[in-house]
Write a new protein. Structure first.
Lengths: 356, 323
């Protein structure tokens, strides 16, 4: 028993000294009294969604001089504990990334003086005053990805591998489908849903292989880590894929034509900035292509495909880029409307109805 | 489109998806026949997947990477046997401990080595090459279904056939089954029970690791956290459904692989909700287990009936072992 207590004390000393070291690194910054915690739905290293939010957090630490922690979790069972830990640590703002809405809203009610900010994907009717949420709308940028697929396909069949059949994920898919059909009305668009299995690249691989066998030559992946199997399938069958969330062009160079970018980092950074500058306000905020929060990897200057793709595909790029620029301008000016399956899950609006 | 569903591609997709299940379930069958409940298939598979890709990366050779993975899988199997035989740790607890440990350990080592914990791949890693079997591949349709995979797929079939011969037509196999049927009786007959059980567990560890290696460098060329993703548990089921028989396991493993491939492909040819279709493999598993339970119940009823009949006729004899 005594030995256990000694061990416990020792462990506490170690933990404290580690914490002290962590604090020490921030001393050079200017706003060290401000701190935030970003709670991730899983672990870092997804090369997509969570990594993007982490980039936003790192930029805030660097540019705003605040201190912050990024808390990784091992799945849904740890979310509540991680959130409570972050609240009790006295952070000025806690940022739950795509955690269960019921959980984070209950916590917001329980701790009315704590500021909360969700960088992406909180699906609720209303939000309390201490909760700000961003929704990054990707239908328009997925539409651009669809334009690219529709313009470049040789087989007139393209595919999409989607994590699950839900409005938030269909926002990607139907925007993409509309883009494909806009430039290639007689194209066929295949879709494979993965039953919300975002961590199974084998499943993504076999689903994509199935679509390539059916004649698709370009497949859009909207499936987190399962989607890495899609990129691999493109390389194995010498076809093409479109990446998602972060720039994934480099993962299978020459086989990933473009990536649809969802700038979760911008939302993360903005929330921290608001809390720091006292401009924080509860409620929903929409971000999209017009705000630069959604786009395609070519906007960021990714030339991986241009450099490594086969010549006959690369030759098409100038025309495709012109088409993308034209539609982008029309969308931003409001002349062209892209179906938003998140707002219209029943697909009844004028833009959505033909896609059903 | 309807006709496209049952294509050669579907069957070969099923064979690819079945390979890790078949290998792990065969390992499970060896253990079960030796009287050891092996629920650590999942952890051993995950270890194999991770070691194979890391070793491939450092050695620059996929075959060498797989070899290292199989060796370490055997070592883990030996550890499993060691804790079970030497310290008599409860098999279920031991298996759960191994599954949890490997799950976290792979993430930890991945972070230490490569600085991330989600997925990891490297352009230098070459996927195990597919090859055609010379004569077989020239047969139409059959050749397309049975040829054009990498060696692990072929090995999984061969291993089941060899496993069958070893288990049922060799001295070593007779010893394994004797130990499984009745440990004390086997011991009295002079069989080295410990050695038999250790061998079975080492074989299982190696087979599981090979199944895992198939995931990371045979099927894909990347590793993700918890890559085995429940396949080890599917293998446990496939083993039960296959009556712990190497050839049974080959069939049930293929059944589960095919169910998965079917669920993946059926979406484009039907209007059924995709969420329902995704449940197909799980439904198949449940149906399989119910069938096994019913068969065992029927068997018991049969034995009981036979016993009563014999009793009524007054021909009661001492039951023969293995009946």
């Amino acid at each position: 028993m005594r030995r256990n207590i000694l061990l416990l004390i020792l462990a506490m000393i170690v933990a404290l000294s580690i914490a002290a070291c962590g604090g020490g690194e921030e001393e050079t910054a200017e706003n060290t009294d401000f701190s935030f915690a970003l709670v991730l739905p899983g672990a870092l290293g997804d090369r997509s969604f969570s990594d993007s939010a982490n980039r936003g957090a790192e930029r805030a630490i660097e540019e705003l001089g605040v201190s912050g922690t990024v808390i990784e979790t091992a799945g849904i069972t740890e979310h509540e504990a991680a959130m409570r830990g972050a609240i009790q640590a006295g952070n000025d703002i806690v940022l739950p990334l795509a955690l269960d809405a019921a959980l984070v809203l209950a916590l917001a009610e329980e701790f009315p003086d704590q500021k909360f900010g969700a960088p992406s994907d909180v699906f609720a009717e209303t939000l309390p005053d201490n909760f700000a949420a961003f929704q990054i709308n990707v239908h328009e940028s997925s539409f651009l990805a669809g334009l690219i697929a529709g313009s470049m396909t040789e087989t007139k069949i393209v595919g999409a591998v989607v994590g699950g059949d839900a409005p938030a994920l269909n926002q990607f898919f139907y925007g993409y489908k509309q883009g494909v059909l806009e430039v290639c009305p007689d194209c066929e668009v295949l879709v494979g849903y993965l039953g919300f299995d975002f961590e199974n690249p084998t499943l993504g691989l076999e689903t994509a292989l199935g679509q390539y066998e059916q004649g698709a030559d370009i497949v859009y992946q909207v499936a987190g880590r399962s989607g890495e199997g899609v990129l691999e399938a493109a390389a194995q069958t010498d076809n093409y894929a479109i990446g998602v969330d972060s720039n994934q062009d480099w993962i299978q160079p020459g086989h990933v034509i473009v990536s649809m970018i969802k700038r979760v980092d911008i939302a993360t950074y903005t929330l921290i900035e608001w809390a720091l500058n006292d401009t924080f306000q509860g409620g929903f905020n929409q971000l999209g292509m017009a705000d630069g929060a959604a786009g395609i990897s070519w906007d960021e200057g990714s030339t991986t495909f241009k450099d490594e793709g086969p010549a006959d595909m690369v030759d098409k790029l100038p025309d495709v880029e012109a088409t993308v620029a034209e539609y982008r301008a029309n969308i931003l000016s409001g002349d062209y409307v892209v179906c938003d399956a998140l707002v219209d899950p029943e697909m009844t609006s004028e833009a959505c109805a033909p896609l059903k | 489109m309807e006709g496209d569903l049952f294509t050669v591609a579907l069957l070969s997709s099923g064979l690819r998806l079945a390979t890790p299940i078949i290998l792990a379930a065969l390992g499970g069958a060896f253990c079960a026949r030796a009287g050891v409940l092996n629920l650590a298939l999942e952890g051993k598979m995950l270890l194999g997947a991770f070691v194979a890709i890391v070793a491939t990366f450092y050695l620059g050779n996929t075959l060498a990477g797989i070899f290292v993975a199989v060796l370490l899988g055997g070592l883990l199997g030996y550890m499993f046997a060691f804790f079970y035989l030497k310290y008599e740790v409860n098999l279920i607890i031991l298996a759960l401990a191994i599954n949890l440990l490997i799950g976290e350990l792979t993430v930890y080592v991945m972070r230490v080595l490569f600085g991330n914990v989600g997925s990891w791949s490297d352009p230098s890693i070459q996927r195990l090459p597919d090859f055609e079997i010379p004569l077989l591949s020239s047969i139409p349709i059959v050749g397309d279904i049975l040829s054009g995979y990498n060696f692990i797929v072929y090995f999984s079939w061969l291993a089941c056939i060899v496993g069958y011969i070893v288990l049922f037509h060799s001295k070593f196999g007779r010893h394994i089954r004797a130990v499984g049927e009745n440990k004390q009786a086997a011991e009295t007959l002079g069989i080295n029970v410990r050695r038999v059980q250790v061998s079975a567990m080492v074989i299982a560890g190696m087979l599981c690791a090979l199944g895992g290696a198939f995931l990371s460098v045979g099927h894909l060329s990347l590793f993700t956290r918890n890559m085995s993703n429940g396949l080890g548990w599917v293998a446990v089921t496939a083993n039960i459904f296959g009556f712990q028989h190497p050839l049974g396991v080959l069939l049930t493993g293929y059944f589960f692989g095919l169910a998965e491939a079917f669920a993946v492909r059926i979406q484009n040819v039907t209007d059924l909700p995709p969420n329902l279709i995704q449940l197909l493999p799980q439904f198949a598993t449940l149906a399989a287990l119910i069938l096994v339970a019913l068969r065992e119940k029927a068997n018991l009823a049969l034995i009981r009936r036979r016993f009563r009949r014999q009793l009524a006729r007054g021909e009661m004899q001492t039951p023969v072992a293995g009946d």
